[in-house]
Ligand binder design. Structure first.
Ligand code: DX5
Ligand code: ZN
Length: 218
């Protein structure tokens, strides 16, 4: 089953609780939570206290995307705040394997991400250690950017490695997804769709439904 994970980075932060409730009630599958440190990416979003504050609002899976340097320092804090899955960046860790093992040890889903300029081969050796690979289809740091089409080839390559090795690893895509490019993204083999601006701009309930209708066809 293909899943929709709206990114709350595009939500109205002055009423974050109701913005999370809105996607939950509209039928979104996961809540995608973008954490940025102003060092790994040129922007700062929010951290553990905000995640903790919205945790009681929904029982949906909290998909925490850490765009921070050396995330190993804060893994337990994010799990304590309510993360159900943690994604780290291959570019952000001195010891990627140790960081992934530390996430697994905390009992949550483990995922690795790579930036658009990072070759797909950079994550190959870690496939055995993860539940999911997140392919960045924009340069991380900001919502509302244009989808980078080359990302589709990355998805297909990763999918072929997963199939070859017969692994149970999901592929998530993040950045610039809209109803127009959604079919091609799903055709490439993506399992989980992150969407920020295209869910939160306008009528949230209608947007979630429109996305879910396309996902249901695949
Ligand atoms: C970018 C974030 C994305 C972003 C997606 O650094 O990781 O999750 O919020 O937003 P859209 O869908 O607007 O590109
Ligand atoms: Zn993200």
């Amino acid at each position: 089953m293909r899943l929709l994970a709206p990114s709350i980075l595009s939500a109205d932060f002055s009423k974050l609780g109701s913005s999370v409730k809105a996607i939950d009630e509209a039928g979104a599958d996961w809540v995608h939570i973008d954490v940025m440190d102003g060092a790994f990416v040129p922007n700062i979003s929010f951290g553990m206290p905000v995640i903790k504050a919205i945790r009681p609002v929904t029982e949906k899976f909290f998909d925490v995307h850490l765009m921070i340097n050396e995330p190993v320092r804060y893994l337990k804090d994010f799990v304590d705040a309510g993360a159900d899955g943690i994604t780290i960046h291959v570019e952000a860790c001195a010891d990627v394997a140790e960081t992934l093992k530390a996430i697994k040890k905390l009992g949550v889903k483990t995922a690795i991400s790579l930036n658009p300029e990072t070759p797909v081969t950079a994550i190959k050796e870690y496939l055995d250690l993860v539940d999911m690979v997140l392919v960045m289809s924009v340069h991380p740091g900001f919502g509302g950017q244009k989808f980078i089409v080359d990302s589709l080839e990355k998805v297909s390559t990763i999918k072929s490695w997963i199939d070859e090795k017969n692994l149970d690893v999901k592929i998530e895509i993040d950045g610039g997804i809209n109803l127009e490019n959604l079919p091609s993204v799903l055709e490439a083999g993506t399992d989980i769709i992150v969407a920020g601006s295209s869910v939160y701009r306008g009528d949230v309930e209608k947007n979630v439904n429109d996305f879910k209708n396309v996902l249901g066809v695949f």
